[in-house]
Design a protein around this ligand. Structure first.
Ligand SMILES: NC(=O)C1=CN([C@@H]2O[C@H](COP(=O)(O)OP(=O)(O)OC[C@H]3O[C@@H](n4cnc5c(N)ncnc54)[C@H](O)[C@@H]3O)[C@@H](O)[C@H]2O)[C@@H](O)CC1
Ligand SMILES: [K+]
Length: 485
């Protein structure tokens, strides 16, 4: 493998343009999981900021630092700038929230930087002269961690800076109310027309799913009513009786509150609500029952264990589905379409769905899935899973070769179904692929003896972040089970 080639291939899958604070947090965390520490990121951010400010040839710079990592960037910038000009740091809290920022504040006590604690409105008002005497003010008060309306002492700081008329350079994002002359956005634009500073986040932290992507999953709030995790309907079974059980239980383990399984089979499982259909396969007589259930569910997972005889029924009831995950036997022409569809084919099913053969290399597969996949979201399963909504592409390389055992695809569709209750389609599919793979990796000791049912109990710890890829060998070493990349 040619490492240069590898990264060039990624460029086309990077999402350019504005990045949301939530996505930025995920990407930061993925970079850290890949081994780029928070201190390294902060150093690059602060150094880039200082380089920009130095270009303005100031005699005196005032850096106003908040108590989070945005303030940390400001402390780093102050250290780099104090070689060239006079630097005053106004520190807006006695309690610095992160170790990285605290460490960078501590270093300043050894540097020729004057650090003033200005953690109250009065203390800030007392700094008015110092602020007005600056040639440049660096706003390192608040970045992507801002929540709600501005509180004191930030409100006073904004007023004092505005009154000074001194040009402001914002670190990452401007504090609301401050007319920043320039935004120095780290990694990507967060809005406006910024100077973008590269802080060394690897492309892989964005293109590949990682533990940071778990941060996107909204928590089921404490005391939330039954149903906050969503209601999933699984339609499947007939020829393959275990498949809907696996999908249903995976949905439960991935956080769904209620899972109904509509199946012709007897499923003696107290965790699932089983709606037994008549006959030995799902057939035309079940249409009304299934349409009613699909209309009522938050997400329908459809296709596992269905066999080839039920497709017409699936096509008819798809129009009653809001959000749906189509898997296995539902993946055939004509393709069922719900309001909001996720398709989870392996290479053979993708061919059956689209008539297109997926190439072996992941980049080629990604192009194929993006450009020739159906409307909606496709999760193409393979050594490296490819997820696309026909515009964006994400890769997931979690998993082990032992997961080729039967039933792991049913578990995946159940996980995706549960996540789809709480996330948009693209994010649910990508996170589902990642979580399923991590569950398998946590069972590496089982080797060739892995069974799909073993995955079920591994889903909760993966979702809670306890077992989601930090220091996992496969995450760091893509060639482990993916020579094709
Ligand atoms: N996480 C990372 O890996 C990196 C983060 N970086 C910087 O870190 C920033 C994000 O850091 P944080 O997540 O620590 O958050 P921030 O530093 O943006 O601010 C969070 C702090 O501000 C306070 N706060 C939030 N909303 C407020 C409001 N409305 N009024 C008054 N106070 C409020 C909170 O108490 C919290 O402690 C980014 O914008 C970027 O500048 C960079 O250092 C690069 C790496
Ligand atoms: K800022």
């Amino acid at each position: 493998m040619n490492p240069g080639q590898y990264s060039i291939e990624f460029c086309e899958f990077l999402e350019m343009g504005i990045i949301s604070p939530e996505r930025m947090r995920s990407v930061d965390a993925n970079a850290q999981a890949l081994g780029v520490s928070a201190v390294q990121l902060m150093e690059s951010a602060g150094k880039g900021l200082a380089d920009y400010v130095r270009g303005m040839s100031p005699g005196h710079v005032v850096v106003i630092c908040g108590k989070g990592n945005n303030g940390g960037d400001g402390f780093v910038a102050a250290r780099h700038l104090c070689r060239d000009c006079m630097v005053t740091v106004l520190c807006m809290s006695r309690e610095i929230r992160t170790q990285e920022a605290a460490r960078n504040l501590h270093v300043l006590s050894h540097c020729s930087v004057s650090v003033i604690i200005a953690d109250t409105p009065d203390a800030l008002l007392a700094c008015r002269d110092s602020i007005s005497s600056a040639d440049v003010i660096v706003d390192a008060m608040l970045g992507t961690g801002i929540r709600g309306g501005l509180r004191e002492p930030y409100v006073t700081a904004v007023r004092v800076v505005r009154e000074s008329g001194v040009p402001v350079v914002a670190a990452d994002t401007p504090t609301p109310g401050l007319p920043a002359k320039v935004f120095c956005s780290f990694h990507r634009s967060k809005g406006g027309d910024p100077v973008v500073i590269d802080i060394g986040i690897p492309d892989e932290a964005e293109c590949f799913m990682g533990p940071g992507d778990l941060l996107l999953l909204p928590a089921k709030a404490a005391g939330s009513h039954k149903g906050a995790g969503g209601e999933v309907l699984v339609i499947g079974g007939g020829p393959y009786q275990g498949a809907p059980y696996l999908a249903g239980m995976a949905a439960i383990r991935a956080g769904a509150d209620l899972v109904r399984v509509a199946t012709p089979n007897l499923l003696p499982c107290p965790d699932l609500i089983v709606e037994r259909t008549g006959g030995s396969v799902i057939n035309e007589e079940d249409t009304d029952l299934l349409a009613g259930l699909a209309e009522h569910a938050d997400v329908t997972v459809c296709g596992c264990g269905l066999g080839t005889e039920s497709h017409q029924v699936i096509l008819e009831i798809a129009e009653y589905m809001g959000r749906a995950v189509f898997d296995a036997d539902a993946l055939r022409q004509p393709l069922p379409v719900a309001d909001n569809s996720i398709y989870t084919p392996h290479a053979g099913e993708f061919f059956r769905m689209t008539g297109c053969r997926l190439p072996d290399d992941a980049a080629g597969r990604a192009r194929m899935v993006r450009d020739h996949g159906p409307a909606g979201v496709t999760l193409a399963k393979g050594l490296v899973d490819v997820i696309s909504d026909t515009a964006r592409v994400r890769f997931s390389r979690s998993g082990t070769p032992h997961m080729t055992v039967g039933g792991t695809g049913d578990v995946l569709s159940g996980i995706v179904g549960a996540l789809f209750c709480r996330l948009p389609a693209f994010e649910a599919a990508a996170l589902g692929a990642y979580v399923n793979g991590c569950a398998g990796e946590s069972l590496a000791d089982l080797g060739d003896g892995l069974a799909a049912t073993d995955l079920l109990m591994q889903i909760p710890p993966v979702l809670s972040g306890a077992n989601s890829g930090h220091n996992r060998k496969a995450y760091h070493n893509k060639s482990d089970h993916n020579e094709a990349f």
